[in-house]
Design a protein around this ligand. Structure first.
Ligand code: FAD
Length: 501
């Protein structure tokens, strides 16, 4: 409540925040967590908590009048539709030349993501974070994160025959024919539950086109894993629909003043609150944390923050693309929304690319193969506070996706020429082949060892910490949440050991 003083305040309930909250509460420390999105526990009038991708309603998007789907067009026609304005679970936050998709709600990105739980290649991890002890990461913290996240793998025998993964088998064998290696990708979706979905003995979720607007069943999102475990200690309180707007040193008694707005589900501010915290953990995600910190630096409230705050943002080299298959290569009318297979060409020195074979769960046969490619794009953007608009800008330029397209085209041109197929140019609007103006994987803005010390401390302000994807320098080479969670495990262990007396 307003005016309260708390030992620890965590801003945001995604991976960085959830890991931090669990380890702090287990160490006996009370944690107050503030999350701008809803708590997704109460069903709507249809009895469901989340809506599916084929029938989006207000629950789909964060305060928008229209859906803003990544695949925005179909057969050249716009695919988006009007929805009531509501604090929905998926945000597509627009900057000048980049849309950033993010989860909004207790659980952050885990509510909307595909659940792919990938440990990066060790050699690449050492390249992006050379000052982090890789032995420790691979021996201790990656396994710890995988356990905490309840990662599991699909049974290969079931995968080989399940109708809902025909699209993955088609995508995989086409990649193999073109000379590329494919790999099975672990996930946090409970595959034994999915088997029951297909068998008809459990309510469908992955098999009912649910994923980016939330899964009603099957997915072990953070609210069911890390956050549930933290809550079970009795030391965690979560305030949903509370958005932090400012953090600065408290005038009296040490610690930090945290200003926040309480929102209703139409996004209206219903109360302004101020809390004082001895320690504040920024876990608002790459965009959320970077925006808050650059604003605080520019407006003089945390004026001594390093110049590196706001720098080093990348999109993990994300680019999306679709291919049109022949009539004799159907991808299946029933497609599991949870991806389980990747094309792994990361070791190609010239064109490293790790592409997830993505579903196109339209509920009908479309002969489309869709991919989300992760590439090694060297371009990095910066967040800056714009005093004229009072908002934060991101300097990413449209042309900066060029290196990602080149690397992905190296893969998919080969598959197309081997299969005698072409790209779909009707999916992203304006005859575009490449979905290159949006990302699912915002990373950086507060890079470990540059904007913070090697454990996420904002050293200019003792008691302020960064825990989320903003610590990663713009790229992980794979889907990022396992890396974010493992790094958070490592950092909080050090912080608990040294900063709590
Ligand atoms: P987040 O998970 O984004 O959490 C930040 C939280 O802070 C959010 O809940 C946000 O609402 C809250 N917040 C922000 N600002 C404020 C504020 N001012 N006040 C209060 N609260 C605030 N990654 C994978 O590894 N595998 C996948 O399969 C995968 N699929 C994806 C699919 C989609 C559609 C999307 C959007 C992402 C996907 N990702 C995937 C990426 C993954 O979800 C993110 O990398 C991850 O969630 C980032 O974790 P985080 O802790 O940095 O922040």
């Amino acid at each position: 409540s307003s005016g309260a003083r708390v030992p620890v305040l965590v801003i945001g309930s995604g991976y960085g925040g959830a890991v931090t909250a669990l380890r702090l509460t287990q160490a006996g420390i009370r944690v107050a967590m503030v999350e701008m999105g809803r708590s997704w526990t109460a069903p709507g009038s249809d009895g469901k908590i989340f809506c599916d991708m084929l029938n989006p309603d207000g629950r789909s998007y964060w305060l928008k009048d229209q859906t803003d789907a990544p695949v925005s067009h179909f057969m050249g026609a716009p695919y988006n539709k009007a929805i009531p304005r509501y604090t929905g679970v998926l945000d597509s936050e627009r900057f000048a030349a980049m849309r950033v998709y993010q989860g909004r709600g207790v659980g952050g990105g885990s509510l909307v993501n595909g659940g792919m739980a990938v440990v990066p290649k060790r050699q690449y991890f050492e390249e992006i974070l050379p000052d982090v002890d890789a032995d420790e990461m691979y021996d201790v913290y990656f396994p710890r994160a995988n356990t905490g996240l309840q990662v599991n793998s699909i049974d290969p025998t079931w995968y080989n025959s399940a109708s809902c993964y025909q699209y993955a088998r088609v995508g995989s064998s086409q990649a193999n024919s073109a000379g590329f290696k494919t790999v099975s990708v672990p996930n946090v979706y409970d595959f034994s539950y999915m088997q029951r979905e297909l068998a008809g003995t459990a309510q469908r979720s992955a098999l009912a086109s649910e994923v980016i607007y939330g899964n009603n069943h099957g997915k072990q999102s953070l609210d069911k894993t890390y956050l549930a475990a933290a809550a079970a200690t009795g030391r965690l309180s979560i305030s949903p629909l509370h958005k932090v707007t400012a953090v600065y040193p408290a005038a009296v008694g040490g610690g930090y003043t945290v200003e926040m707005q309480q929102l209703d589900t139409s996004g209206k501010v219903v109360a302004n609150k101020t809390v004082t915290a001895d320690k504040v953990f920024f876990s608002a995600g790459s965009v959320g944390t970077s925006k808050l910190l650059v604003t605080m630096r520019s407006t003089g409230r945390l004026r001594d923050l390093s110049d590196a705050v706001g720098e080093g943002w990348g999109n993990n080299g994300n680019v999306m693309v679709g291919r049109a298959n022949h009539m004799w290569s159907p991808t299946g009318g029933l497609q599991a929304s949870i991806p389980v297979r990747g094309i792994d060409n990361w070791d190609d020195r010239q064109h490293p690319c790790f592409a997830e074979i993505a579903p196109f769960p339209a509920g009908t046969e479309l002969w489309i193969s869709l991919y989300l490619a992760i590439t090694k794009n060297p371009n990095r953007a910066a967040f800056t506070f714009n005093p004229t608009t009072g908002r934060v800008d991101l300097s990413w330029q449209g042309s900066w996706s060029g290196p990602s397209i080149t690397a992905a085209a190296n893969m998919f041109n080969k598959i197309n020429s081997r299969e005698w197929t072409v790209y779909r140019t009707d999916l992203f609007g304006g005859n575009k082949t490449w979905g290159d103006d949006f990302t699912y994987h915002p990373l950086g803005g507060c890079v470990l060892g540059e904007a913070t010390d090697l454990y996420g401390r904002l050293t200019e302000y003792p008691g302020l910490y960064v825990t989320d994807g903003s610590l990663l320098p713009g790229s992980t080479g794979v889907n990022p949440f396992v890396t974010i969670a493992a790094l958070a495990e490592r950092n909080i262990e050090n912080v608990i050991g040294n900063d709590f007396g």
